[in-house]
Design a binder for this molecule. Structure first.
Ligand SMILES: [Zn+2]
Length: 313
């Protein structure tokens, strides 16, 4: 008998696509964050998969009161409905601590007492942050100070293929240095939290802004050391203003218009290289989203925003 046909196809089940959108609640949703929300949503839905939302409020002092609620409301108005409960990083510190302890037990992390000012004069990496020179590798320089915990990295070249940006290569030791997992003030860092949470949520594809491309090798190393799977990556072009700065709360990007989502959704689709018909911009959000799910093509997304168009503010 055809036993293979009647057996549950577990391999197929495991490969159900699961994407996510993980905003920091530092202010309302703007055009730049809509790009990441829409791109990750469409890639998941186009594959018949699930789309999760995670509020990255691990950095509590930067969190704006009510911002998470406002972001979730804006997503709903824009027709971006998520699956399952929203995960809040502020409620997950026990999981980050457990991951950190396993790295400490394996001798892979060490205390560092260097201050930001002490490191400021050294060379900087692609993300503009100082490359850590390994000062405290053999022991903290100022043991009386509160300490951060850093991951010990190597200089082995790390390569991965990004679905939009192509092959990306980084040598962590010389380009980033040992990076922080928990800060001296006790806060867990983005790099550790995102790895623990992507695995906990069973995320299979990470679609996010290209400003996070250079964080990916750090996250891949953590995945390997923690025995967690590595998802597929696609880094979307980042919307910039007329000065060439990334659209963000810090650069004063205006919040999305919640009463009339059409024009911003249409513009976001164009920015992502899709070809929505002009009249679609006047449709309600659900109609635009339905068109976008049916027509979404990740291969049409250009790696450089200039190849789509530049946002003007
Ligand atoms: Zn140090």
């Amino acid at each position: 008998m055809a036993a293979a046909c009647s057996a549950p196809d577990r391999a197929l089940e495991r490969r159900v696509a699961r994407g996510r959108f993980a905003p920091s609640p530092t202010g309302p949703l703007h055009f730049g964050s809509l790009i990441a929300a829409l791109g990750s949503f469409l890639e998941a839905r186009r594959r018949g998969g699930e789309w999760l939302v995670r509020i990255e409020d691990v950095d509590a002092p930067r969190t704006a009161l009510g911002a998470a609620t406002a972001i979730l409301r804006a997503l709903e108005r824009y027709g971006l409905h998520w699956d399952g409960p929203v995960l809040y990083q502020s409620q997950r510190t026990a999981h980050y601590q457990a991951a950190l302890e396993s790295l400490l037990d394996a001798g892979l992390a060490y205390p560092c007492t260097c201050t930001r000012r002490e490191l400021a004069s050294g060379p900087r990496g692609r993300d503009g942050a100082p490359i850590y020179p390994g000062t405290c590798r053999a022991g903290p320089r100022q043991p009386q100070r509160p300490h951060a915990l850093r991951l010990r990295v190597t200089d082995a070249p790390l390569t991965f293929r990004d679905a939009i940006q192509g092959e990306y290569r980084q040598r962590l030791e010389r380009e980033v240095g040992d990076f922080v997992l928990r800060r001296a003030d006790g806060l867990f860092t983005y790099q550790l939290a995102v790895v623990v949470d992507d695995a906990a949520q069973g995320v299979t594809q990470v679609v996010r802004g290209a400003d996070l491309l250079d964080s990916t090798p750090r996250q891949m190393v953590l995945q390997r050391l923690l025995g967690l799977p590595t998802p597929d990556y696609a880094h979307l072009p980042v919307a910039v203003d007329s000065r060439g700065d990334k659209l963000s709360k810090q650069t004063g990007a205006p919040p999305l218009d919640e009463r009339n989502p059409g024009p911003a959704l249409w513009a976001a689709l164009r920015f992502l290289g899709q070809q929505p018909p002009p009249e679609l911009a006047r449709e309600p959000a659900p109609a635009i989203i339905a068109w976008a799910v049916a027509h979404w093509d990740l291969a049409a997304v250009a790696p450089d925003p200039a190849e789509n168009f530049r946002m003007i503010d």
